[in-house]
Ligand binder design. Sequence first.
Ligand code: ZN
Length: 300
Amino acid sequence: MLITMKNILQVAEAKQCALGAFNTPNLECVIAVLSTAEKLNLPVIIQFAEVHEDLIPLKIMGPIMVALAEKSTVPVCVHLDHGTALAYLSEALKMGFTSVMYDGSGLEYHDNVANTCMAVEMASRCGASVEAEIGAIGREEGSSLGDKAGNHVGNVTGESCYTDPDQARDFVTRTKIDALACSFGTVHGIYVTKPSLDFLRLSEIRTKVNIPLVMHGGSGICADDYRECISRGIRKINYYTYMSRNGGNYVKEKCASKGSEDVYFHDVVKWGIDAMARDIMSAMKVFSGLPHGVDNVTKE
Ligand SMILES: [Zn+2]
């Protein structure tokens, strides 16, 4: 069944846990995420990022996500990730998305506030929720290792990019958003070196804003760090890169094991779904605090 971000994160807040928010730029990802959430009987967020337009357009993927979420036996929030144009947010809302992220983190602060207020007004007309961001999370969503120019870049974005707790309070008060994406040391894509997270900053932000916090660049973190972040107020963890890589690498292994035999595409799809579902299950167990979550979610 469909649920808004605001309502699904209230569940996480009540249970003092986090929910996984998985990018689904293909049908296989949607199936892997929803089937795993149903197996564990956990609410879940599926999301489509604007940067994935080149893999598949929102106008094709969005209605598929909404239709499968409606049919699911668990509460599912269908969310737009990192929308930078209000018209794009509007497109998602018209399709039935129950939440949108407006990302004005690249703008001057007052422009980010003004546009985020417009996003909140637009979403509220559709009964949907809004996530927004201040501070800059390392690397663009959808990247693997390089920056836009293909240069290899490290993890750290620098102190100046981190979310300022006082500004976070001002931003949330002015915009009335439902969830805040904050920057405290995570990056999108693959971690080149072990991430160093600023837990104190996270706690300080949480004491100054009374809404759920969102971790971007959430795959590739060790289980203890996830738990630490959750204890300090993270309620939504964006997770994609490592699940997709595990799916891809498993397909690679299976193809190699076939030697000179033919490989059928329907098998490739199934191998990908199965491998991603295994990774998603480990992640969901850690985020929700269920026993038997593996020590390192992204075990390679
Ligand atoms: Zn992100």
